[in-house]
Design a protein around this ligand. Sequence first.
Ligand code: SF4
Length: 181
Amino acid sequence: MFDDERSKKVVFIAHCLLNQNSISDGTAVYPAMFRNVIELFMKADIGIAQMPCPELCCLGLDRGNIYGADAPIVVENTRIRIEMKKDIPNTQLDRLADYVVYEILEYIRYGFEIVGIIGANRSPNCGVDTTSDNNTEMKGMGLFMEKILCRLSEKNILIPMIGLKGTDNISEKLSPLLKSV
Ligand code: SF4
């Protein structure tokens, strides 16, 4: 099956890397997307699966913050983290993680390669190496990435996870994923 022109290689990326309009107020670093990320995967013929933005889906575009970008980012991120842990958002977050893992499992079932999962460092939800808590950026994963990793680990599925920031050397950071192509 699926023996057509497709590469059978897919990368899962945080929603805002492909759509900066989804990100919390004051934190967009590009008008639309991380073009350098998208172009690298385009050139490597790797399909891009855009994961849902958990904060947009669970808290709304404004994250429930009527003060916009007034608070420092890590302070606002800590508030978001607290909100996301409440019962209703947390249940919604579980569903989103289930949805992402379902998609991943479907690809794996048919022999596709998931080359990686790309998150957004410092995010209280999509951070991979760093997240935000206690009004600071700290080592650790965001809540959404943790849930995805937990579900994959339960199934003994190991997929490289990389967290990006706008200040990173993107091609250097993504090179481990592209080398295997
Ligand atoms: S890092 Fe995650 S939660 Fe934050 S805007 Fe991007 S996709 Fe949404």
